[in-house]
Design a protein around this ligand. Structure first.
Ligand code: C2E
Ligand code: MG
Ligand code: MG
Length: 401
């Protein structure tokens, strides 16, 4: 729905909510589309009326000439321990609401978590929200180099979270949680801001490199992404061509048309796109071809044991060929050994990323690494030139070098 209709709807819902709750149960709006009602626990009558109203709204709300169905769910938390504060109560309601969404049920009552794993997840989400406003998050950067000569072409920004008591938490653990708890858009905002700011300061220091940023499905859910990204690039005076956005097939395929629109807007401005973890999704290259994409990043599952798996080798070969025939650059991630490197070079893969070149490093290590890499590159060129002279001198008789 449009903004105006959305506002009207929120006002209508708020008015109904206040009317139902009555004087004894204060209401508040606590998020873009979240309301809180504070009520006596034994007031089951009120709870009943609220749930009935939710049923009504789901069936349809009339706004002027429009009839809208509103997806309403409730997360319920109870004030028990005298020590738990309002913050806890709200967080618990949030957890219950999340569970209701996941289960597709109308309402869930918060259960104090018994198993450690659940407790950890709940803690992580709450702590992540805090980290986004404070400290603990940083970006590490992993080089991407050309396979032919190892010339650096850019860096992938990878988020790192160091918690004062929980220690290092891997993105593989907290990114999916952030996604389910709707924290991901805020996280992406943080990452984009940090990455573009970094690009700006590298540029001022005379380092021209590109940075890739990972996006998730949630980033494509609202149309505001292009404007936000372009504003960032403008604020930090970074050319759009320095920014590459990595998206997974599944993220795009959730709403292919909206995703394509968003990508097109950014791409027109010069931002490039890569399909991340390529090969793990369900989409066909034909579907992907319709999207404004520049690069295919083949998932590391196919890369890791490339030199020992005939099927991976076949998959890799065809993917590289198909990618090239669609005019896409092909990137391989997760290269750990010289054998895999050599195989990819032979197959004509364009760009490489992996521990074999470098692990992700803190921002401060990037400039020294680039200098060392470029010096090495220059030495290699000298050696190659030297070898070229030797070869051409002995070209008629001697063996080829
Ligand atoms: P990804 O985007 O596919 O990133 C590549 C992952 O492979 C990184 O893991 C990187 O450290 C790892 N990697 C690179 N080379 C090698 C190698 O040679 N061997 C092995 N074993 N691993 C290698 P990381 O940093 O743990 O990130 C994992 C995933 O978390 C990323 O996969 C990405 O999906 C997600 N992620 C990381 N940072 C962000 C972020 O800022 N935003 C979003 N939305 N997702 C992120
Ligand atoms: Mg990536
Ligand atoms: Mg990947």
């Amino acid at each position: 729905v449009g903004h105006q209709v959305g506002d009207q709807l929120l006002r209508a819902l708020a008015a109904r909510l206040v009317a139902i709750a009555g004087a004894g149960a204060p209401c508040a709006r606590v998020g873009a589309d979240q309301f809180v009602v504070a009520a006596e626990l034994h007031d089951t009558e009120l709870l009943h009326r609220l749930l009935m109203a939710a049923d009504d709204w789901r069936a349809g709300v009339t706004l002027g000439e429009l009839r809208l169905s509103v997806d309403i769910r409730a997360g319920i938390s109870e004030w028990r321990a005298p020590r738990s504060g309002v913050e806890d109560l709200l967080r618990q309601a949030d957890v219950a609401l999340l569970q209701a969404k996941e289960q597709g049920t109308v309402a869930v009552v918060y259960q104090p978590a018994h198993d450690a794993e659940h407790r950890r997840r709940v803690t992580l989400v709450a702590e992540l929200r805090r980290a986004l406003e404070g400290e603990g998050l940083s970006l590490h950067y992993q080089p991407l180099v050309k396979l032919t000569d190892r010339a650096p072409v850019g860096f992938e920004a990878l988020i790192r979270w160091s918690h004062p008591t929980l220690g290092q938490i891997a993105p593989m653990e907290f990114i999916p949680l952030a996604e389910r708890a709707s924290v991901l858009p805020d996280l992406s905002r943080w990452v984009l801001n940090a990455a573009v700011a970094q690009l700006g300061s590298w540029q001022r220091a005379g380092l021209d490199c590109a940075v890739s940023v990972n996006l998730s499905a949630a980033d494509f859910a609202d149309g505001g992404l292009p404007a936000r990204v372009l504003a960032l690039l403008r604020d930090y005076q970074v050319p759009a061509t320095r920014l590459l956005l990595e998206v997974t097939e599944s993220a795009i395929m959730r709403e292919p048309q909206l995703a394509a629109q968003i990508m097109q807007q950014l791409r027109t401005a010069g931002v490039r796109f890569a399909i991340d973890d390529f090969g793990t999704g369900q989409s066909s290259l034909a579907q992907l071809h319709a999207l404004p994409v520049d690069e295919l990043k083949i998932d590391r599952a196919f890369v890791m044991n490339l030199d020992r798996s005939a099927s991976n080798l076949a998959i890799m070969r065809t993917t590289i060929e198909l990618g090239h025939s669609l005019g896409l650059k092909v990137v391989a991630e997760g290269i750990e050994t010289p054998e895999v490197w050599a195989t990819l070079l032979r197959l004509g893969c364009d760009v490489a990323q992996g521990y074999f070149i470098s692990r992700p490093m803190p921002a401060a290590a990037v400039a020294p690494w680039l200098h060392a890499q470029r010096a090495q590159l220059a030495r290699n060129l000298d050696v190659a030139e030297e070898a070229g002279r030797v070869t051409s001198l002995s070209a008629r008789g001697g063996p080829h070098v």
